[in-house]
Design a protein around this ligand. Sequence first.
Ligand code: SF4
Ligand code: SF4
Ligand code: SF4
Ligand code: FES
Length: 592
Amino acid sequence: MAMVNLKINGQKVSAPAGSTILEASRSTSIDIPTLCDHPALTPIGACRMCLVEVKGQRGLQPACTFPVAEGMDVQTESPRVKDARKFVLELLFSERNHYCMYCEMTGDCELQSLGYRYGIDHWVYPTYTKRFPVDATRKYFMMDHNRCILCRRCIRGCSELAANHTLGMQQRGAESMIHADMNVPFGESSCISCGTCLQVCPTGALVDKRSAFMGRDVETEHIKSVCSQCSVGCGMDIVTRAGNVLRVEGDWDAPVNGGVICQAGRFDPLYEERQRITRPMVRRNGKLSETDWDAALEAAAKRISSAGKELGVLTSTRATNEALYLAAKLFGQELKSPNVGLLNGVAPKLSGEDASLADISSSDLILLVGADPVSDQPVASFFVKRAIDKGARLIVVDGEDNGLSPLASMHLQMADIEKAIEVAERADSPAVVYGAGVTPKAAQALRELVNKAHFVALQPGVNTQAAVAFGLNNGFDVSAAKTLFVLAGEEDWDGDGVLDKLRKDAFVVAQASYQSPVTERADLVLPMAIWSERAGTLTNTMGLVQKASAAVEPKRQARPDWEILSLLADKMGTSLGGSFERISALAAEQLK
Ligand code: SF4
Ligand code: SF4
Ligand code: SF4
Ligand code: FES
């Protein structure tokens, strides 16, 4: 990469040719203030907060859009620069309602911080007192146009990152307003509630309803973790205060998603309405009643040990690598139960190495086969839509309705896979994005493209790659199970096709976080911690092993997934690996 040499505030800096003064300054300790700029978005030079002095240039220049050049001499803190920034702030504070005292974002607002930095202690200009509307029609967040500084970060976040194009700008000058879909209420718009706009907004204009007024940033903790709602494995920050989860944000540094998450990762887990299970329970006289951990584990161990070949095991792929490793070891290796299966299907392996989501967005043709990422792996669908925005064509091959069909140039049935392959062979950089809906015949045909295309498997479930690697997908036969162990965890599984075929006298042990038809049928229920309460590792659909952290304590007597299996094994007289760290290392070793 060609580099250019310049000076910023007298300091020698080397930066890649084509980068901006702002990017060059970020590689040093020199801090240039910004408002409309965001590292994940295309710079537009709208707010003029980042003005700097460039020797030889008549006017001040915006550092976020001005490219570096060999020998350039930049001053970022000269009196002229400081005066100009203060003037920009004076204008911004005189427009709309920036009475910070009454704003949810006070203490976390980029505009307010800059006000302090540049000594804005009074209004210099008459304030513009028109009242703008507040749109609270969206379930998860609201838009207060009175706090908006028209930086357009939300518009760019929606278009460039979520590739959803819901937001735009209406009117002109001081009357300008962000609008959704040519000015409909947010709640009636095409918005998919990914919350990207919310996450990039620098002020209190876009506000998360659930965490509003629950604590300023200095009072919260940010815990890096991994989403366990689907197999993409997006990196996220869990924001907590006093032992409660306030909200979830995308982790800008995460290798898989680069900061973007979806409704299922950001909002849904915090709006969970199912009844938690927080104490061990045993069925007595036909009714589940509370017991203690020791008695519950003793009873479970006794039934499972004596089940022999009549043991059946079903596992949710929402469990961590550690829990899946222990389940495979206990039920597969120690008890030699052949009757072990998963609660979700599995996509076949079509190529040696899986490509990344970034490879999808740089493709010129995408074959989407037997997968519906809009509903099942939403962030993967953002990457497909980003590629379409850049000119890629999409061919959907699916027997079902597909969320991406409206953007496809062709929608074919699975039997017509050869037609799709012909088109892919003529493309420069095709990608095959496929799921468990791919038929064996179509899978065989797609292998013709192995040396030509990027292959991205979108596994159903969450930690499906690891569950398959540990051998937990053996094929499950409900009719052979007289004792059934279900690691249901957080799965929203209604038992369809299993519970109705289960023998009436079968004994069911459910390790579960929420009440469900499975726990209603169970004879023993072991309460399991949820995503925010347990640490562990997760293997995403591309085989990347990532660390998920516990952000809060398990509720009441609930315990992490792996710990319950470890304690159960202890009760059965089988030690499965000892400490969490050791189990984690053993699981990682097996996943290599
Ligand atoms: S939540 Fe997502 S889809 Fe909705 S407006 Fe914001 S960025 Fe766009
Ligand atoms: S809503 Fe927020 S991100 Fe959007 S233009 Fe207004 S201040 Fe900027
Ligand atoms: S795409 Fe999947 S992993 Fe990513 S935030 Fe959404 S549900 Fe979570
Ligand atoms: S940050 Fe550069 S113009 Fe807004």
